[in-house]
Design a protein around this ligand. Structure first.
Ligand SMILES: NC(=O)c1ccc[n+]([C@@H]2O[C@H](COP(=O)([O-])OP(=O)(O)OC[C@H]3O[C@@H](n4cnc5c(N)ncnc54)[C@H](OP(=O)(O)O)[C@@H]3O)[C@@H](O)[C@H]2O)c1
Length: 310
């Protein structure tokens, strides 16, 4: 198939493009930068330079590539201050609203068969009931104040993709990424905070996180491109775990001292309401549907072994 990847140079794009190429697909990889053409060539893609926020550029890029499938992996996350999450996600939120709409219009004009888009299965589910959620469970109807716009952008993306009846609209709710190119990898910002004992355990650390190795996220995306059906799939590992379990285990793996413990009101000072929610109240996600329907299995079934895998 001809596959158009928006976000081809990112943490997931860099893993996804070579897998698609190895599976025999012709990949057209989008970037804003002329200077990344060479990188895309090396990954095996036909480089396409366009700004995702410019509808004409997107329409022209997609028209030229004539894809069977569009994959939307656009984000602009950078450094995030949890106390100002919506502010720091403002550009990502535009990519998830306007960017999604532009890609969908361009895809509709070309009659693409499938449209696969990145969403979030970590920290996004309603904080009621059991610790692990399926795709049927509702997203958080009352997100922490500082992440309302971010969750609204996720909802926009999901609705727009699932409502596109002219194509097979597929939403992948990825777990928290770790592995090469992400902020959770040896020497990278989150791991360094843990190693330097600057990532404390807040309250009871009862917030449940679902992780996914970025290479497993890419493999699930290939499966969705090739055989996904309209709907939502959680793309997470087999081992949703409370912060109180994974954070001390990670600290130990990194040879660091045990994480500090701080009460919620202190947590709120440095991580805001959103950070405290993630640490104490978040829900994890189940990958049963993705395994069953996409015939995908994570090569790193648990963060316990995965965190230190290459
Ligand atoms: N589920 C998760 O936990 C999750 C999800 C996403 C990201 N993250 C984390 O976030 C970090 C990196 O994310 P990131 O968002 O900074 O970047 P990233 O992984 O580098 O990916 C961003 C991609 O979007 C493209 N892009 C952004 N704005 C664009 C625009 N206006 N037009 C065209 N393409 C555009 C970029 O292309 P060019 O720059 O080449 O133009 C790039 O390919 C990683 O550390 C990862 O761990 C986590």
């Amino acid at each position: 198939m001809r596959v158009f990847v928006a976000g081809a140079t990112g943490a997931i794009g860099k893993q996804l493009v070579p897998l698609l190429v190895a599976a025999g697909h012709e990949v057209h990889g989008m970037t804003r930068s002329e200077s990344k053409r060479a990188m895309l060539h090396e990954l095996g893609a036909v480089p396409v330079v366009a700004d995702a926020l410019d509808p004409d550029q997107v329409a022209e890029a997609v028209a030229r590539a004539r894809p069977d499938v569009i994959v939307h992996q656009l984000t602009a996350i950078g450094a995030v201050d949890m106390r100002h999450l919506d502010r720091d996600f403002a550009l990502t939120n535009r990519l998830r609203t306007e960017g999604t709409d532009h890609l969908l219009s361009a895809g509709q004009a070309m009659g693409v068969r499938r449209f696969v888009a990145q969403s979030i299965g970590a920290w996004s589910y309603a904080r009621t009931g059991g610790p692990v959620k399926s795709e049927e469970d509702p997203l958080d109807p009352a997100p922490a104040r500082e992440m309302r716009e971010t969750l609204a952008a996720i909802r926009h993306l999901e609705r727009a993709v699932l409502d596109a009846r002219w194509t097979e609209g597929i939403v992948l709710r990825y777990g928290a990424f770790y592995g090469p190119g992400t902020s959770m990898a040896p020497g990278e910002v989150q791991f360094e905070l843990v190693r330097r004992r600057k990532f404390p355990l807040v309250g009871d650390g009862g917030g449940v996180w679902s992780f996914i190795h970025v290479a497993d996220a890419a493999a699930a995306t290939v499966a969705a491109v090739e055989r996904g059906s309209r709907g939502v799939y959680n793309v997470v590992d087999d081992d949703p775990a409370p912060v109180a379990a994974w954070l001390p285990a990670l600290a130990q793996e990194l040879g660091a001292k045990k994480p500090l413990r701080v009460p919620q009101f202190i947590g709120r000072l440095f991580a805001g309401e959103a950070g405290v929610m993630m640490m104490t109240d978040a829900r994890g996600a189940s990958n049963a549907k993705a395994k069953r329907e996409l015939a995908w299995h994570p090569a790193h079934p648990s963060w316990r072994q995965g965190f230190t895998a290459p």
